[in-house]
Design a binder for this molecule. Structure first.
Ligand SMILES: Nc1ncnc2c1ncn2[C@@H]1O[C@H](COP(=O)(O)OP(=O)(O)OP(=O)(O)O)[C@@H](O)[C@H]1O
Ligand SMILES: [Mg+2]
Length: 379
């Protein structure tokens, strides 16, 4: 089972430029989470902080009881082995063929024999559909194949946590669909904890268990996918609908009067649900589409099972619309338990975390963090 990543009060600046402040969220073990946010809001900086490549100045990132913001170099080196990272550009070595690229972490970090290395590399290449391409150079293959080679390389050390930085950028829509299925299938097979940064709203709507949005140096929201997909928060709705009207501007924040005028005009046109299909899979409307399932013949996702119980405990946390959407994803027995009051709320730090009941044997805290709304004009 993948491990949990617990982020609390994390703040990162470069010099006087604050990137984000007080980010608090939990990536539950074995679940798939997606992080959204306009360009430049610090999503890549967040991923790099999780693997210890960047040092936030405040807050903690706890993995296996170690706060990696403050741990020793030696311990950080050990913790890093838990991670597989698919960087934004695949980050392959141009002069090495795919086999050597994918074998690289094994040769660097382990003492496995060449025959063992060969077995693992071929197994991972097979997993991502690259069989037969071992001898190709990165320059000789398509962008989609490079992404998959990067993914195979991220998998060779059997990671417990996998970070994907825009795995779908630059891919055609069919390949994005295949990649999304591959991600869900991988999760079912290895039960690792996944965090995906993407701008593809279709992916955000159908792949993850949890969904979050970074905006204006804050984590605006992070929680079960239904929470964001049914949210009325203006910035969340703007992003998920891929429209110009709303608080997010091209390069700067818009002023309140402009946003209000835009929203009034949008309302006059009938609102989002009549907007049709927007870019990057951003569709109008409020529906929560079904989540992608593993391909036939694969085991069911352990993370999805654990999540059902986790969100059943959180039901009363949400407004009616969100709770109704979550209920549709739950089996009868869990719903009955939730309705019978079997899951008493337990508040953790800042009232943002929900801890599993002490007697349940589960250790995962849940993934909800809702920052207080910034209401423009509220004084
Ligand atoms: N090493 C660094 N030193 C100084 N500033 C940095 C560094 N890395 C990132 N930044 C700044 O942090 C901000 C966030 O960058 P980041 O790459 O995380 O954005 P992003 O959300 O991933 O954007 P995109 O969606 O375009 O990939 C940017 O203003 C960037 O210039
Ligand atoms: Mg980025």
């Amino acid at each position: 089972m993948g491990v949990a990543v617990e982020v609390d009060g994390l703040t990162k600046s470069f010099g006087s430029q604050n990137i984000w402040s007080d980010v608090t969220l939990t990536l539950p073990p074995g679940e798939i989470s997606v992080l959204l946010g306009p360009s430049g809001t610090g999503k890549s900086v967040f991923l790099k902080s999780l693997v210890g490549l960047l040092k936030p100045e405040r807050g903690s990132i706890v993995i296996n009881d170690t706060d990696i913001v403050r741990t020793s170099e030696h311990r950080l080196y050990e913790i890093r082995k838990l991670f597989g990272v698919l960087f934004q550009d695949g980050a392959l070595f141009g002069s090495m063929n795919l086999f050597d690229n994918i074998a690289f972490p094994l040769r660097e970090h382990t003492r496995k024999s060449e025959s063992e290395v060969r077995r693992i590399v071929l197994e991972k290449m097979d997993m991502v559909g690259l069989q037969g391409a071992e001898g190709k150079l990165p320059g000789e293959i398509s962008g989609g194949m490079r992404k998959r080679a990067g993914l195979a390389r991220a998998l060779v050390l059997d990671p417990e946590i996998i970070l994907f930085d825009e795995p779908d950028s630059g891919l055609d829509p069919v390949r994005v669909a295949y990649l999304n299925q591959l991600i869900v299938d991988l999760n079912a097979q290895i039960d690792a904890t996944f965090l995906i940064v993407t701008h593809d709203i279709g992916t955000a709507r159908t792949v993850p268990d949890n969904l979050g949005l970074l905006f204006r140096r804050n984590l605006v929201m992070f929680g079960p996918r239904e929470q964001l997909l049914t949210s009325q928060e203006p910035v969340v709705r703007q992003f998920l609908n891929g429209r110009r009207e709303g608080p997010i501007g091209m390069s700067e924040e818009k002023d309140v009067a402009q946003v209000e005028a835009e929203m009034a005009a949008l309302e006059a046109r009938g609102g989002d649900s009549h907007n049709g299909i927007g870019p990057k899979g951003a569709s109008g409307g409020e529906a929560v589409p079904p989540q992608l399932e593993p391909s036939e013949g694969l085991p069911e996702r352990q993370g999805a099972r654990r999540r059902q119980e986790r969100v059943a405990r959180m039901l009363h946390e949400f407004d009616e619309t969100t709770a109704a959407a979550i209920r549709r994803s739950l089996p009868e027995d869990l719903l009955a338990r939730a309705d019978a009051g079997a899951y008493a709320p337990t508040t953790g730090t800042n009232g943002r975390h929900w801890a599993a009941d002490a007697d349940s044997g589960a250790t995962a805290t849940t993934a909800t963090a809702v920052l207080p709304r910034r209401r423009e004009g509220d004084g």
